[in-house]
Design a protein around this ligand. Structure first.
Ligand SMILES: [Zn+2]
Length: 431
């Protein structure tokens, strides 16, 4: 009798714990994005308890791999990929100002003259070199809680001397200033600005902000590097995300030196996607996690960008950073199958072999432990921080190193041998 009632009480306690975990997780994971398709009336309906369903970028998996070029080496000379490197040095007309060759200016951009009745502006740093060349744009904090990129832009701009630059660099350290002020990834209406580019002058607040930024600033660029971090308590190994089906973009990625390159198709509405559609080769530089400044990640990012500035021929004598890293065409998420406390056994950048232990999930009630193992040999290019997770949570992002492009024709035997990536959304890790 005693034994049975004890078991019953334990089952009850366990149920309560699971319920409380399920309730706690959405709070811990922070805010909920509102996608472009969701009307204002639907905002409350979007508070899904699944932290993995909010923002999505489709990673290319084995079965979905697009037709990639057989040779990932630069297909187009950099000066052609990033055009406009011809002609004499010119003044830059931007945001109502004229920036003369060989000078720099700190301008400011406001999405609207009045936002919520209060002027909101953000600095736009323009360095117009004394010599002709392309205009490279650096944007950061499109997600307001992603701090590493803000510091990267500051450092890169500070190191440039206009009298020695060929071309121009436009740096926007904080695109989403409203989110930044609140320490939030999103705009005040919970919309994700990076789902609304290139915007619409008559649309939602997010669309209008996106439109203003795109037409006033991005339209000036010949190439774009948009800086991001992981999100929702996940961190990314410094990496370039790029659509490697585009030869100009392949060329751009080769300029960053020894930085991991991940092929990824940009989600609709991202700045990267909109810029690329407008003929501006664009990549995302991901480094670290949100809501903190991580100096090692910042330094790696700066090194990559400065190497790019150098390989674009825009400066001389800046440091060059080694040989390009192998391209990671494919990647796969390893997800939690059980809820509990996730503890990582690897670090960002760890090289793993198929079957290696990535981390464990421990049920805090019965102490049962499950293991997450790598389905591939590869490298840990993104991972969750230690935290409470629920089943389905994307915990480890394993990049699969390959020098050769996937074959176009589907190979069923090979596909069956690997984990299907068909549902492989990059969750909150997306740009
Ligand atoms: Zn981001």
């Amino acid at each position: 009798m005693h034994v049975f009632s004890l078991i019953w009480v334990m089952l009850l306690l366990r149920t309560l714990l699971i319920m409380s975990l399920a309730l706690a997780i959405p709070v811990m994971a922070g805010e909920v994005a509102v996608g472009p398709a969701v009307s204002g009336a639907g905002i409350l309906e979007d508070t899904t308890p699944d932290p993995d369903s909010r923002s999505a970028e489709v990673a290319v998996g084995g079965e979905e791999a697009p037709a990639l070029p057989a040779d990932p080496k630069p297909a187009v000379p950099l000066a052609d990929a990033v055009n406009a490197a011809v002609g004499p040095e010119q003044s830059i007309e931007v945001l109502g100002a004229t920036v003369l060759p060989g000078t720099s200016q700190r301008l400011s951009w406001s999405a609207t003259e009045l936002f919520e009745g209060v002027p909101v502006s953000t600095p736009v740093l323009v360095i117009n070199g004394a010599l002709p060349g392309p205009t490279l744009c650096l944007t950061a904090a499109v997600h307001g809680d992603e701090l590493n990129g803000i510091e990267m832009v500051r450092r890169v701009m500070h190191d440039l001397d206009p009298s020695r630059v060929s071309g121009a660099v436009i740096g926007v350290p904080i695109v989403n200033v409203q989110g930044f002020r609140r320490g939030s990834r999103y705009l005040p209406d919970r919309r994700d600005l990076n789902r609304y580019f290139p915007g619409n002058p008559n649309g939602s607040a997010a669309s209008r902000i996106a439109y203003s930024f795109f037409t006033n600033v991005i339209s000036q660029c010949d190439a774009l590097v948009d800086l991001h971090t992981g999100s929702f308590e996940r961190a990314n190994l410094p990496q370039i995300r790029a659509d490697l089906r585009n030869p100009d973009i392949i060329t751009l990625t080769q300029g960053f030196g020894s930085m991991v390159i991940l092929h990824s198709t940009p989600a609709l509405g991202t700045l990267r996607h909109a810029a690329t559609m407008a003929g501006i080769p664009a990549v995302t530089l991901e480094a670290g996690g949100p809501s903190q400044l991580e100096l090692n990640e910042v330094k790696l990012g700066v090194k990559g960008i400065e190497t790019l500035v150098n390989t674009l021929g825009m400066v001389r004598k800046m440091r060059l950073w080694g040989e390009p890293e192998p391209v990671y065409y494919r990647s796969s998420w390893v997800r939690a199958d059980n809820g509990g406390i996730l503890l990582g056994n690897v670090s960002l950048g760890s090289t793993v072999r198929k079957g290696d232990l990535l981390g464990t999930i421990t049920d805090p009630m019965n102490n049962a432990r499950t293991e997450l193992r790598s389905p591939y040999s590869g490298r840990v290019i993104g991972m969750a921080r230690n935290q409470v997770v629920m089943p389905g949570f994307a915990a480890f992002h394993v990049g699969i190193q390959t020098d050769e492009a996937p074959v176009d024709e589907p190979d069923d035997s090979a596909a069956a041998d690997t984990v299907s990536d068909s549902d492989d959304y990059v969750d909150g890790m997306s740009e």
